[in-house]
Design a protein around this ligand. Sequence first.
Ligand code: ADP
Ligand code: MG
Length: 553
Amino acid sequence: ARSDLAASLRSLDGASYGRYKSLSGSWSVGGVTLEVLRVQADPFAPPSRVRLTVSDAGLPADLHATADRRRALAGFLLRGLRRALRGTPVHVDAGGPEVLDRSAGTVDADGVVTVEVGVPFPGPKRRILGREAATLLGETLPAAAREALCWASVDQDAARTFVETVEDAVALRAALAGRGLVAFVADGAVLPRRSGVDDRPLDGATPFGGPSSLQVTLTAPNAGEVSGLGVPEGVTLIVGGGYHGKSTLLRALEAGVYDHVPGDGREQVVTRPDAVKLRAEDGRAVIHLDVSAFVAHLPSGEPTDDFSTTNASGSTSQAASTVEAVEAGADVLLIDEDTSATNMMIRDARMQQLIATEPLVPFVERVRPLHAEHGVSTVLVMGGSGDYLGVADTVIMMDAYRASDVTARAHEIAAAGPARTVEHTGFPKVTPRVVDPGSLDPTARGKRRVTARGRDTLTFGEDDIDLSAVEQITDRSQVAGIGRALALLGDGVLDGTITLAEGLDLLDAELDRQGLGALLDGRPGDSADIARPRRHEVAAALNRLRSMRLRRT
Ligand code: ADP
Ligand code: MG
């Protein structure tokens, strides 16, 4: 590694912007190794990418002894680095309240800390601003790195709490299946957020409290015994008056597939890792999908076990998303009436009398067999229709943000009628799809394009995939991870014979084995901020990729 970074930059002062390329490579500066991975082509391009490695951070060995601890410790350090660099133009992809594996920061088994940041190299007039660059890269950045990443200077108690909090969430989540639960909400958790665009906990919120009949106690390695609401497997309804906290509880369960930072309020709200939020999304594409479980016939006479559309209705989009989630291995479905298609969810006794030839099979008829025959549980927010009272195993009522158990009363009311006629029984097996790997080629006009355009859109080759209705995606970096996972599925995982579910199993195995490295190409200059996606969001993106094709089997 060269050691004269600041001097080199000062000597480049006034040179043409492209000369920044001469910085590529490795430097030793201020006690860290600084590598210039990619230099932006001009001052207006996305920032240059710089990697900093601290090999003598002095982190206690126990804090990086397991993969979960390393992920948590890296998350803690990255957040500290973002704080240390506030007010500078450096971008640190530390993430929001979820603690994900991120390419922006890792701690390895030996305690070596590596971070990657975006640095806009200064040069507004396409001339190198050498002195400014020398200060930024030669002083500010390495000093911030040492301050934020070395054990001697971090808040050690906070670091330990962060790691232990994440480890506890992992353990609580892992305990769910063995206890027959799909989710757990600790007493005292703070579920509401400040607003739809502000993920921080709502100030002055009523802490969560649940009924004794559903109370369970789980053991976390660091916090010890934790009590709270256990949401059982099967069919669970969340009922209650409008504005009493039903959707807020469901959103906390959606987020419970991820670990949360201390202070978030949802640190001990955990959901099974394969829980998937479903919603209506009219206008989306559906590609050769067996929707016969929910669409008995179509007015056009098209087959419903091989259904395609470029423009689904609310109900068919939700039917499709449900089938796709099951195909990808979901074992818990999370559904809110606020974002559901009514005719997909309910069909009451009076409407059954009036309309004899309804093509849609309402979810109320499939929800029990889905669990009994396929082991897929459902948690459903439903304040507007009583049709589900009779099919629910558990009915949780939200009243002024507190949960109570009204299962017995709900069953009494359901038994007293009026009853709807059951028109369909069972849940048919869904025909698995074999995706053509050739249709997952992100090369557009000879150029490989996999670009996250923010939280809601992924550009993949010629396609823009709309992810706005895929609600459990956390941020843009996860979208970038999804894009690379799609590319990997198409180039090396799917082979035109295995099913999509088998491909997702292989993808997960690869990510477990290699970490995010499986999604990075290893080519210098091809690095980017990515966060690990779940298989379900990868599948959701694939299902919305309009150019996706199937292999005929
Ligand atoms: P519902 O789905 O039952 O109509 P929501 O979950 O949308 O109700 O909640 C309604 C409002 O109450 C939201 O503004 C939400 O932020 C707020 N809220 C939810 N839970 C709490 C709580 N525990 N403490 C304070 N406010 C809450
Ligand atoms: Mg609601």
